[in-house]
Design a protein around this ligand. Sequence first.
Ligand code: 6PG
Length: 463
Amino acid sequence: MADADIGLIGLGTMGSALALNIAEKGFTVAVFNRTTAKTHAFVEEAGDLAARVVPCETLEALTAAVRGPRAVLLMVPAGAPVDDQIAALDPYLGVDDLIIDAGNANFRDTMRRMETLDRPFLGVGVSGGEDGARHGPAIMAGGDKAHWDRVEPILTAISAKFDGVPCAAHLGETGAGHFVKAVHNGIEYADMQLIAETYGLMRDGLGMAAADIAPAFAHWNEGRLSSYLIEISAAVAAAHDATTDGPLLDVIVDAAGQKGTGRWTAIEAQHLGTPIPVIEAAVAARNMSARRDLRAALADTFGGTERLQLGEDRLEAALTCGKVLCYTQGFDMLRAAARAFEWSLMREDVARNWRAGCIIRSAMLDDMAEAFEVAPGKTLMEAPHFADILSQTIGALREVVVTASAAGLPVPAMAAALGYFDTMRLERGTANMIQGQRDYFGLHGFQRLDSGESGQHGPWAEG
Ligand code: 6PG
């Protein structure tokens, strides 16, 4: 009997957690997985919630189980598997049936699918890892608002709540949802990198053991840096390894993995011509971390690092400053994309959406939402609350970057944040030299500062 409220395809970690979340909120969910054994194992492990789960062995059975007009949520790996899944599902769907891709899709794929598919389609970013998917993720939807309205009750019910406000929203048209998720992940990379650099300074610059680093992060988590990523960094630093009877952190290989969403953010920022140097530095840092053999060889050639004289409070302030600058860049990128793709996307809605459930949730996001609301069109650097924070902390960021660099300790994301700050507050920049050079070798022309005239050339043009 077709009485399920929604169908869900793909019972991997995130898909299983979302399906249980949906059932827990009182909806009936029909589930399908390519490997049937996984579908049955899922239902067996669902406990009481199994009563609201309809296991399906075929796509035909899945579509037959869902009430029309249907909504089917895809939780399959991004890229070709999504296209393959859509092609396999399509013959069983009616013209009004809605497909929701809730994986980490590249927003350009989402836009292509919306253009080429002859049916309702939503691209939805879901953040929060397995725990978030199970108990309340942040949900960032893109596509037609009317299509969102059809599934809004379910997706709102399963989402995280901040002071009772659901972290689930329609954020814009076409690929806006997956674009916002990509920027979320770019910020996630940058936030993680800034924290990792701070950890590195405590470990190598201050000679602190993991057991001493953990309480520092835990303490910062009680202040303005309060966030999920700082909280878990404290937990990671505190974790014990039974094999070595020492800190777990000390036995984890120092090469970061990545599935690609942070890289997409860097690529799209280049397409949009919007500066996100902290995020780019974080992506590059992951790539550098992977070159372990080369790093070991170069350590032999070029020698080691020195100790630092730096208070922990200066590190906290530098981290705060870097974080505000990184978010400034991420939100600027969202504004640039909204203009370029003509999305109705509002930064305050995104900031509100990220306040709970997602990986980058933090106390600061509530203030960011307010800043965008009271000063539309302004960057975070211009918003009084964040301008104050920057004024109070930029000295610490400068001190940390300078002393770390002098000691040979790498802080690429912090240095990128400082470079961005200094560039953006320098009224008379240095690109006049670049314009002169361009005109010299290519007669590209420049604009005069005094008269405002464009298309001007230097004396080299006369010969
Ligand atoms: C989230 C995360 C998640 C991401 C993983 C791994 O918001 O829940 O962003 O979607 O896929 O954190 O990402 P990387 O493998 O690229 O680090």
